[in-house]
Design a protein around this ligand. Structure first.
Ligand code: PNS
Length: 162
């Protein structure tokens, strides 16, 4: 069975992430969307909230599961018996970081973890969770950027009634 992990912060999940998950689900037998639990960062949403939002929006994809992990991605991948990580590439600005991340993971796993890059659909090339949070914090329109269920939770974090 071809298994792949799609790791990320997903704070919150956007249509850009959903596009990558949907396309990856057609390339692999099973996908684990893995939310990093990183107490050093201060995310807007708790890891449990991020997992719940993701589960809601991928409910139509039977070969996708959502989990969370702490520590190194290579350790989590080994625990899951998985040798492939998926990452989305939006633009050249992502490239340096992603190349470094992929090469580091390959080195520290001694070649056990390969990274497969999917280029983001052009309509989402500007989209990031950071941008979505900022627009939501000013009660801007995020209807084209995240599903309604996510938008509701975002607005409520910033004290709006939707
Ligand atoms: O959505 P993001 O914030 O771009 O995702 C980054 C993530 C979570 C994939 C990455 O930071 C990660 O896997 N961190 C876990 C720690 C790790 O394995 N680091 C690799 C050595 S540099």
């Amino acid at each position: 069975m071809k298994l792949a992990i799609y790791p990320g912060s997903f704070d919150p999940v956007t249509y850009g992430h959903i596009d990558i998950i949907t396309r990856a689900s057609k390339m692999f037998d099973h996908i684990i969307v893995a939310v990093l639990n990183n107490p050093a960062k201060s995310p807007l949403f708790t890891v449990e909230e991020r997992v719940t939002m993701l589960r809601e929006v991928i409910a139509n994809l039977p070969n996708v599961e959502v989990d969370s992990f702490s520590g190194l991605l290579v350790d989590y991948a080994r625990e899951k018996n998985c040798r492939i990580a998926i990452r989305g590439l939006r633009a050249m600005t992502d490239f340096d970081y992603e190349l470094h991340f992929a090469q580091t993971n390959s080195a520290i796993s001694r070649g056990d973890l390969e990274t497969v890059f999917l280029t983001t659909d052009i309509q989402y090339s500007f989209l990031s969770s950071t941008t979505v949070r900022e627009i939501a914090s000013f009660h801007g329109d995020i209807s084209e950027l995240v599903p309604r269920s996510v938008a509701k939770k975002l607005y409520s974090k910033y004290g709006y009634d939707n």
